[in-house]
Design a protein around this ligand. Structure first.
Ligand SMILES: *Cc1c(COP(=O)(O)O)cnc(C)c1O
Length: 395
């Protein structure tokens, strides 16, 4: 079927809760994606950082194909090798905790919220502090944790017990802690909020505050984790460790999977019967996750992220010199935001028409999150398109 026919079907049968571009995607390979008419696009956004190793990475494809022919689903009352191996990878590459598996970022955060509450339940503490411009997901609890009114509008009453504080403001945070607070939850680098990087003093101060007051530190690394910043997890740039961490998006290299990992002494509060997910940790998704870790290791991709990240930031800063519309370039590794002094929607629309997938978040921030194995020539090609678009729009 062609683009027009599929769009007609969507218009009739699919709930219109997304703003979609009129493009029917049919296949992808590495940084390239094609539509039904055979047009090629360069994808430097990776679908919200999901396609961590590019589209249809051969190791991920092979892992899924092999696993699919053996066992696709197994209920969590049995054991499977992929779930065990993926938990081991996550634990060994982070802070030595234990994992609970689910299917998305919202569910990983939901599990983190539930764990923080049940772990603190004997003390009567249940409040969780989150931050301005955060994004933690769309379930009713995670949207309550998300301190942005635009995501909450129309869904009242929200889940009780969330307190919001300005991001990177340690004094305000200290004032917000009370005798009912059980946890502090934040993205190490805010993604949806516009690539806002936690200051080192701030995050270290949060850790210290948690230690002093006996609070749990929950880091949402759903977007910034899995090597995107040049270390496996963004908190590893800060010489601190969280107590609980949420992962999803890129964890399965394109397959839907989420994970919450927590220090063992906290994780044990999640006793049998307290929490579960039917599909969580299924062998198919976990085999993809294992392939992602193996590929990052085998291809030394964290090194590539550092190199390509600093190259991209340098090139974007050069672009900034020529285009006053660019206010600031900021990022860590391959999680990069280019802040404009205009709304970026038109620029992104033009980029997509010109064959480049990028995204604009928080109205004015162009988000650049190519796969970890991106090459210099891909970045050059993308920036040439962006430059032409800015030039043609007289920006
Ligand atoms: C995308 C995102 C989520 C939600 O993940 P879903 O898989 O869409 O539920 C949560 N936290 C952060 C930081 C995200 O970027």
């Amino acid at each position: 079927m062609n683009t027009k026919e599929i769009i007609e079907i969507y218009n009739r049968y699919v709930i219109p809760n997304y703003t979609r571009n009129p493009i029917l995607l049919t296949k992808g390979h590495g940084v390239d994606v094609w539509d039904a008419e055979g047009k090629r696009y360069l994808d430097l956004f990776s679908g919200w950082a999901v396609s961590l190793l590019g589209h249809c990475n051969s190791s991920v494809v092979k892992a899924i194909q092999t696993q699919a022919s053996k066992l696709i689903h197994a209920p969590n009352i049995y054991y499977t090798e992929p779930q065990g191996l993926l938990a081991k990878y996550i634990s060994e590459k982070s802070f030595g905790g234990q994992c609970f598996f689910c299917n998305s970022g919202a569910e990983a955060n939901e599990a983190a919220i539930k764990l923080a509450r049940i772990h603190s339940s004997s003390t009567g503490r249940y409040k969780i502090i989150t931050f301005s411009d955060s994004f933690h997901g769309r379930t009713i609890a995670t949207v309550s944790a998300t301190a942005q009114p635009k995501y909450q509008k129309g869904f009242a009453p929200l889940v009780e017990g969330f307190t919001y504080v300005p991001f990177n403001d340690l004094d305000a945070l200290k004032k917000a802690v009370d005798d009912k607070t059980c946890a502090i939850m934040l993205e190490t680098i805010q993604g949806e909020g516009g690539i806002n990087i936690a200051n080192k003093d701030f995050l270290q101060g949060v850790r210290k505050l948690c230690d002093e007051k006996g609070l749990l530190l929950i880091l949402d690394e759903v977007q910034c984790g899995m090597g995107r910043t040049g270390k496996y997890f963004a908190y590893q740039h800060y010489d601190i460790e969280p107590d609980i961490m949420a992962l999803a998006k890129s964890l399965g290299g394109g397959i839907s999977i989420g994970a919450m990992t927590a220090k063992k002494e906290i994780a044990k509060s999640l006793v049998p019967g307290s929490h579960a997910s039917t599909f969580g940790g299924n062998p198919l998704a976990c085999s993809a996750g294992v392939a992602v870790f193996e590929t990052i290791e085998k291809e030394n991709l964290l090194e590539n992220v550092k190199k390509m990240g600093s190259y991209s930031i340098d090139q974007l800063k050069l672009l900034q010199k020529a285009h006053k519309v660019i206010k600031e370039v900021r990022g860590v590794g391959l999680m990069i935001g280019t802040e404009l002094n205009v709304n970026g929607t038109e620029i992104i629309k033009n980029c997509i028409q010109a064959g480049l997938f990028l995204n604009c978040t928080h109205e004015t921030v162009i988000r650049f999150m190519p796969p970890l194995n991106v090459k210099k020539e891909n970045i050059d090609e993308g920036l040439t398109i962006l430059k032409t678009v800015l030039f043609n729009l007289n920006l």
